[in-house]
Ligand binder design. Structure first.
Ligand SMILES: O=P(O)(O)O[C@H]1O[C@H](CO)[C@@H](O)[C@H]1O
Ligand SMILES: O=c1cc[nH]c(=O)[nH]1
Length: 254
């Protein structure tokens, strides 16, 4: 099994020492789950849409609440996955063990091409595996695909609402402060339009666990120009809320 670099030492053994399905008891939960990166939107769901905490996962950070919200008489699970591949992949594992198996995530991402406007909707069809987590779930490779049925469900909802979007590849990195101009150019050459920190890990975990998972992103800060431009991307309240409701509709259609 030994390779020159530890990250390439993929082990196919299905069972690990800590097996979520043995450590976590399944609960009565909607299998449809929106993975929501927007804490502001979750707060709105609590105050305006009676989202309630049905379970708390926990880590050294504290509680990671799992919410349930009712949308047109259907129950939807919602949770914030934390930031970065390791934490978000571990929380996804735990939510799968609780009983969810149809996931749509909504989040933001940096854009590699400045012409992609802030707030523009992006649907990643694949992610470049420039993070570590996916190498523990799938053999080494450059890319991992989003679940095609998840992507289809998202596209159907976007088209129904006449919402403009682009399909594309996203670059998943572990090191937000090491997105150098040369790396940006390389990723752009291989077809990436966005950069974020979780998609490749989500897609890999969900393939390994045989659950459906796709993601909605919106164009955020700009890393495609000479100088970084924040573009006020975390304050795009209306886009973030819109993205959540689109994700919820796509998720419930799975
Ligand atoms: O808005 P979210 O989805 O959190 O997205 C991006 O922003 C965070 C980094 O600031 C990472 O999570 C990255 O994926
Ligand atoms: O990972 C990320 C997320 C947002 N913006 C970036 O530049 N990188």
């Amino acid at each position: 099994m030994k390779q020159e670099y530890p990250i390439l030492e993929f082990d196919r053994t299905p069972e690990a020492m800590l097996e979520p399905s043995r450590l976590i008891r399944p609960m009565d939960i909607s299998p449809h789950a929106v993975v929501c990166f927007f804490q502001d939107v979750i707060t709105t769901l609590i105050h305006k849409h009676q989202a309630r905490v049905i379970h708390n996962l926990s880590s050294e950070i504290g509680a990671h609440p799992i919410y349930e919200v009712e949308i047109e008489q259907r129950k939807l699970t919602v949770f914030h996955p934390g930031i970065g591949a390791p934490l978000s992949a571990a929380l996804l594992e735990e939510v799968i063990a609780l009983g969810c198996n149809k996931f749509i995530a909504c989040g933001g991402a940096g854009v590699l091409d400045s012409s992609l406007a802030v707030g523009h909707v992006v649907v990643p069809t694949a992610a470049i595996r420039d993070e570590g987590v996916s190498y523990h779930y799938l053999p080494p490779g450059r890319e991992v695909l989003a679940h095609p049925e998840g992507v289809q469900a998202i596209e159907a909802v976007l088209q129904k609402h006449h919402c403009a979007y682009v399909l594309g590849k996203t670059w998943t990195t572990d090191a937000i402060y090491r997105e150098t101009p040369q790396k940006v150019q390389l990723r752009r050459q291989e077809g990436c339009i966005t950069v974020e920190m979780e998609a490749a890990a989500f897609f890999a975990v969900s393939q390994f666990r045989n659950v459906q998972f796709a993601q909605l992103l919106y164009g955020g800060d700009d890393v495609g120009s000479e100088q970084w431009d924040g573009r006020d991307w975390t304050r795009q309240t209306s886009v973030r809320e819109k993205l959540f409701w689109l994700a919820a509709e796509a998720c419930l259609a799975l």
